[in-house]
Design a protein around this ligand. Structure first.
Ligand code: F6R
Ligand code: MG
Ligand code: MG
Length: 365
């Protein structure tokens, strides 16, 4: 039986009223490009959503990961949407496209990519998460909890099909290297890395038998471009049920609005607020950072759904708590730990300030 590939490719190519919300015409433009690819048989199905100013294209096909034609189709969709964004003078038109010529693989060209290929089970639920105003390391805490924390995932303890644990592939985005670690055996070592969310990020998670369980986008746009041109708002694909954590276990960690880096000017810590697609509008102080979750069944490479997972009153208290944390953090103004440490800020005036003061600095006694 042929395998199914899910490719989530996302980019911010322009938004309304600043870096707030992607314009519907951009989504319609992407839709036209993907509809054509569907008609031509390259794609089996697709669903387009947005989180804040980012457009996320969730595509299914049978061509495997890093397929040139699929990546080129996504690139063309974002290029066409950029033209529309320029026509409307949208804010940040084309901001995530580092080049206007496709070079064989969309990775490294600005957009974020999360992909996985698998043989479909008799019934195959998947969950796609899309964020705005944060970075890939925002997933470290929830993904660890889903696949390694028995206080989150009951199945790790009581379901024999999960009891062996999982393997985590971790990227060191600064040194460009990666390592695979076993859980629960190496959970303390794994946490020693994952706590540094700006440097070590989960790329993929596997069952011990090698089957793929989760895949994340880890592009660090700011590092790739050498200077700040936008936050690398991440996306993730997680498989659920029978041998994987259940859908409820996969959403459970998001009931805690943990602090993530991003928010205003990519330079602040703030709570990650889970919302419905409709409420994924990071407006207050350009935030607080958002995550949406969409649940699908994959059936013969078609996407059945989605269920808008955080469109649930059970997450109202999380949103309220996130709003309370946002108030608390905001009262710190320009002080850490609301403002990020200087080496992690995307915007800084510090070198200029130091230069100006250089001649006035005196030796302390
Ligand atoms: C954060 C983000 C926004 C912008 C901010 C300033 O990821 O996109 O918070 O950093 O609105 O934007 P510019 O410098 O374009 O005026
Ligand atoms: Mg933007
Ligand atoms: Mg964004």
């Amino acid at each position: 039986m042929t395998k199914t590939t899910i490719s989530v490719i996302k980019a911010d190519v322009g938004s309304v009223a600043g870096h707030l919300v992607a314009h519907p015409n951009l989504i319609d433009t992407c839709d036209e490009v993907l509809a054509k690819a569907l008609e031509e048989g390259l794609l089996e199905d697709y669903y387009i959503t947005r989180c804040g100013d980012d457009i996320d294209m969730i595509m299914t096909h049978r061509n495997g990961e890093e397929n040139e034609e699929v990546h080129e189709t996504a690139f063309n969709a974002f290029m066409k949407a950029t033209e529309v964004a320029r026509g409307l003078k949208l804010y940040g038109a084309g901001q995530d496209l580092l080049s206007d010529t496709f070079s064989g693989n969309i990775k490294g060209m600005g957009p974020g990519v999360a992909e996985m290929e698998f043989k479909e089970r008799p019934s195959d639920p998947i969950i796609v998460y899309c964020c705005d105003k944060t970075e890939p390391g925002a997933f470290n805490l929830p993904l660890y909890r889903i696949f390694a924390d028995p206080f989150n995932t009951a199945g790790l303890v009581i379901d024999p099909s999960l009891h062996d644990g999982f393997k985590f592939e971790v990227f060191d985005v600064m040194e460009h290297r990666k390592v695979i670690m076993n859980c629960p055996e190496e959970s303390y070592d794994l946490l020693a890395l994952l706590g540094s969310t700006g440097r070590y990020v989960i790329k993929r998670i596997f069952k011990k038998n090698g089957e793929i369980a989760a895949s994340l986008s880890t592009e660090r746009l700011n590092l790739m471009a050498g200077s700040y041109i936008g936050k690398d708002d991440p996306a993730a694909i997680v498989r659920a049920q029978s041998g994987f954590p259940s859908a409820g276990e996969v959403v459970e960690p998001f009931a805690f609005p943990h602090l993530v880096s991003g928010w205003m000017r990519g330079s602040h810590n703030g709570p990650l607020m889970p919302t419905s697609q409709e409420e994924a509008n990071p407006i207050r102080f350009d935030g607080p950072p958002r995550v949406i979750g969409l649940g699908f069944q994959v059936a013969d490479s078609k996407l059945i759904g989605p269920v808008d997972l955080f469109d649930d009153p059970a997450f109202d208290r999380t949103r309220q708590q996130a709003a309370d944390i946002a108030d608390y953090m905001r009262r710190h103004g320009p002080f850490e730990p609301h403002r990020l440490p200087s080496e992690e800020m995307e915007y800084t005036s510090l070198p200029g300030v130091l230069e100006k003061l250089e001649s006035r600095f005196e030796k302390m006694d």
